[in-house]
Design a protein around this ligand. Structure first.
Ligand SMILES: [Mn+2]
Length: 439
């Protein structure tokens, strides 16, 4: 993406701010893994969204001036000795040209500059959940008082800049949709590869390695979240990431994994038989979850809500559990009593974007939010019967199934970004036999 796109986003945020308001958006910092090694660096999503700049420890400050405003960047200074170890830093001189910001200052000037800026500000837009930044903000306020004494005039209103950015991030632009499709395509290729590599005796971590190999080969910086590879009853642990057990013939394996591409997350779940053949019981349960997934996708479009999709999933699953004899009673009564809940305990959807559980509020003034073109989210019904759930027939115990797709709302309806990964019983069995995936 070009610096022009990031500049437009900063301008759209500035448009929402009143005259002389100040917005402060911090970069992420390196995080220690152990002793003197760090986790791979991941930029803060909001900072990335507004700058496209991947160095740690910066601060973006937007200053509204009349109808327009300016972007100031505080970033790491050039340091040839450090750069020998950790890589080239952009520095201040080139930042305006490369990032399109109006001015850049070395990090060590933050305290002085922010106190000056605060002394002129009408109100301040901060991410309100960031305690460390708030502590700095208090210090900058003290700085204003120290400098200006009784003539100090401090802003008396804080606004949550993260909420404003969440609204912007919730609706994806065409450029973002292209990046998300790429993230999902890479995720899909990883799932293909893992499915093809599945065989009794392989270990869950080996399927994880197949997935993540494909992510890396295709240029994804990292998995978007810890890959879940759960075979047998491990599939009943929703966020199982130990991935340490051997795959057994006759078991299912559930893989919930996605690649991160240029900051955007894919998030796909498929459940398939270790040896490529569903048993009759597995097939019955699998096709019920698939029916719920497909019904929610059929209903997804502008104007409907994630809550409505969730309700349709609950209806399909409960009806199916009745037909399989797992639940007994009358459909409406069972829905009312949430009888499905021991076996389907999570939501159907979450927003997807720069974060796998992306930002954006789900309800507006107490009502479910209508879906709009440009929103991207998951549809991921599941059914889980842990080995100790004695109230069900033994043939269901130890089965965990989830089918998750990534869905974009369009003007006409929706587009399933992840529909290249097979999910019908026939499609999965054929892929695993090595036949053409489209067959
Ligand atoms: Mn998900």
């Amino acid at each position: 993406m070009t610096s022009q796109l990031f500049r437009q986003r900063r301008e759209r945020l500035l448009e929402q701010m009143p005259d002389k308001a100040l917005a402060i958006i911090p970069a992420a910092s390196e995080v220690t893994r152990s002793r003197d090694t760090e986790y791979p660096f991941r930029q803060a999503s909001d900072y990335w969204y507004l700058t496209g700049f991947n160095e740690p420890d910066g601060l973006l400050v937007l200053v509204k001036e009349g109808e327009t405003g300016k972007s100031l960047l505080f970033n790491l200074p050039k340091d040839p000795e450090m750069e020998t170890w950790t890589g080239i830093r952009l520095g201040q001189e080139k930042a305006p040209e490369v990032l399109g910001v109006d001015q850049a200052f070395p990090l060590q000037q933050i305290d002085e500059q922010l106190s000056d800026l605060l002394g002129e500000a009408s109100e301040v837009w901060l991410p309100l959940d960031n305690l460390a930044l708030y502590q700095n903000y208090l210090n900058w306020r003290q700085g204003v008082r120290r400098k200006r004494k009784r003539s100090a005039c401090l802003p008396d209103r804080l606004v949550d800049v993260a909420s404003a950015l969440a609204e912007m991030r919730l609706i994806k632009s065409d450029e973002e949709i292209a990046l998300m499709q790429k993230a999902v395509d890479i995720s899909a290729a990883g799932h293909f590869r893992a499915m093809k590599a599945s065989r009794p005796g392989a270990y869950e971590y080996q399927l994880q390695a197949e997935l993540e190999h494909e992510f890396a080969i295709q240029g994804a910086a990292a998995p978007a979240y810890a890959s879940i590879v759960g075979s047998g009853a491990n599939a009943c642990v929703l966020h199982y990431i130990a991935n340490q057990d051997a795959l057994k013939a006759g078991d299912l394996v559930l893989i919930d994994a996605g690649a991160e591409y240029q900051g955007y997350a894919g998030d796909i779940t498929r459940t398939f038989p270790v040896d490529g053949h569903f048993t009759e019981a597995q097939k019955q349960l699998y096709e019920l979850v698939l029916k719920a997934n497909e019904e929610a996708i059929r209903q997804a479009g502008p104007g409907t809500t994630l809550e409505a999709l969730h309700q349709s999933v609950l209806r399909v699953l409960t009806q199916g559990l009745l037909e399989l004899g797992i639940l007994q009673g009358e459909l409406e009564t069972l829905l009312e009593a949430e009888a499905y809940k021991p076996y389907f305990m999570h939501g159907t959807s979450h927003w997807l974007g720069l974060d796998v559980h992306d930002v954006g509020i789900y309800r507006i003034e107490g009502s479910a939010r209508p879906l709009q073109p440009g929103m991207v989210f998951t549809i991921e019904p599941g059914l889980y019967f842990p080995p100790d759930c004695e109230e069900v027939d033994p043939k269901w115990r130890g089965l965990g199934i989830r089918i998750e797709d990534d869905v974009l709302i369009t003007k006409q309806g929706c587009k399933v970004l992840s529909d290249q990964v097979p999910k019908t019983v026939a499609g999965i069995e054929s892929l695993m036999r090595g036949a053409d995936a489209a067959a």
